[in-house]
Design a protein around this ligand. Structure first.
Ligand code: APR
Ligand code: PHB
Length: 393
């Protein structure tokens, strides 16, 4: 089976789905190919923080109604160290900007619904997806659906297939353009049916390691613990997780972490990764397919949104006028924001985690940096400005 399509998109995460939606609004036809099921992508627990500009973009693009109703607008975060909490207020430090807590899978659900309502094509559970003839004017995507082999001839292919996808490896020399760091720890995350016992996120720096208090809704708390990179989940029964969370998050001022049934549990490795070659011929990478940030700065989903915002505009110019200026500048345009987010998430990660083997030197630097961050308006403003995200151009 052979078909033609203006833009072929691999991956139905936030990047691929939002790109398809933005292209539709610009009158450009696309198809999204996803190897998982709709149910799987709509329930996969991932990131949960949207910065101001992505929120504004989703609303302006007509997919922000439920986000506006159910998203939790947060006006700050707390850094907890030295036995007490220190609040960083976003609006007063950033000219009124805030963040919104809204699960990535909710964004995914809203986008899938919007695409299907508009008659858009999303093919779930396809297999053997591969991309070909990227240097030509008619790149092709091959895939299998059931027993049938299919081929789509495209004008452009968007690789939105996440970190483990097939698009980045299809760029012949991509490894020569990769810059990365792995960290000597991982995050153990849980989702619990428990009312959040604090209104805002808490980033806790503790001698036993970092902990994060977050949430998804007025009924659901999301929590993370720094653990060893090779930690075995089987060694962490719920009682041990709760005990460790209480120890690292509570400061003795009477505040108590609410407990509840654990709905989901997982370990995430921490790494920084950038493939600076985000385009090759007519293939363009967006989101996790091109770059990964450690979750400490809550930047991952926002970078995916920022990439496809740039790509949708560039494609709109291309299909309207046949001009390739914006497409040619795609990597360069995205990488400025990507490296800012890479720096910020590396900085937050370095400031808040225990590093194995530290002789105390790093701890003293961390403590000095934390004191400075909450004690100086300029330093707090720098954290706040990066956390709420720089405006989209
Ligand atoms: N063929 C088709 N689809 C694929 C393939 C493949 N070979 N490989 C991966 N996919 C799909 C995945 O199943 C997933 O649904 O591509 C999608 C990629 O989505 P995400 O991993 O969510 O990546 P992205 O859309 O870039 O969003 C980035 O995800 O990991 C978080 O913190 C990160 O919040 C950020 C967001
Ligand atoms: C989350 O709620 O999943 C979350 C929040 C903030 C982070 C990372 C993850 O920095």
């Amino acid at each position: 089976m052979r078909t033609r399509m203006q833009v072929g998109i691999v991956g139905a995460g936030p990047a691929g789905l939002l790109l398809s939606h933005l292209l539709h609004r610009a009158g450009i036809e696309s198809i999204v190919l996803e190897n998982r099921s709709r149910d799987y992508v709509e329930h996969r627990v991932r990131a949960g923080v949207l910065e101001q500009s992505p929120v504004d973009l989703l609303k302006a693009a007509g997919v922000g109604d439920r986000l506006a109703r159910e998203g939790l607008v947060h006006r700050g975060i707390e850094l907890r160290f030295g036995g007490r909490g220190h609040r960083v207020d976003f609006p007063s430090l950033t000219g009124g900007r805030t963040i919104t807590v809204y699960g990535q899978q909710e964004v995914v659900k809203d986008l899938i619904q919007a695409r299907l309502d508009a008659g858009g094509q999303i093919l779930f559970e396809v297999t053997d997806v591969s991309v070909h003839d990227l240097e030509s004017a008619a790149p092709r995507i091959r895939y299998r659906s059931g027993d049938e082999s299919h081929e789509i001839e495209c004008d452009i292919i968007a690789g939105c297939d996440g970190f483990h996808g097939i698009c980045r490896p299809a760029i012949p020399d991509h490894e020569e353009h990769v810059f990365e760091r792995t960290y000597p720890f991982a995050w153990l995350g849980i989702l619990a049916r428990a009312a959040p016992s604090h209104e805002e996120l808490i980033y806790a720096y503790h001698e036993r390691g970092f902990a994060l208090f977050s949430m998804r809704s007025p009924e659901i708390t999301r929590l993370y613990l720094q653990v060893a990179p090779d930690e075995n989940l089987a060694d962490w029964p719920d009682e041990r997780i709760w005990r460790e969370l209480h120890t690292r998050l509570e400061t003795g001022d009477g505040w108590k972490l609410n407990e509840g049934p654990v709905l989901e549990k997982g370990i995430t490795p921490m790494r920084s990764y950038v493939c600076e070659k985000m385009q090759h011929g007519r293939l363009f990478l967006a989101g996790d397919a091109a770059h990964i940030v450690p979750p400490t700065g809550a930047q991952g989903m926002n970078l995916a949104v920022a990439d496809v915002n740039v790509l949708a505009r560039a494609l709109s110019e291309f299909f309207r006028t046949a001009r390739k200026d914006q497409l040619d500048a795609y990597s360069q345009t995205c990488l400025k924001r990507v490296w800012r987010a890479e720096h910020f998430s590396w900085w937050m990660t370095s400031m808040l985690h225990r590093f194995p083997g530290d002789d105390g030197f790093q701890q003293r630097l961390q403590r000095s940096q934390l004191d400075y961050t909450v004690g100086s308006r300029a330093a707090a403003a720098s954290l706040a400005e990066n956390y709420v995200g720089l405006p989209f151009e």
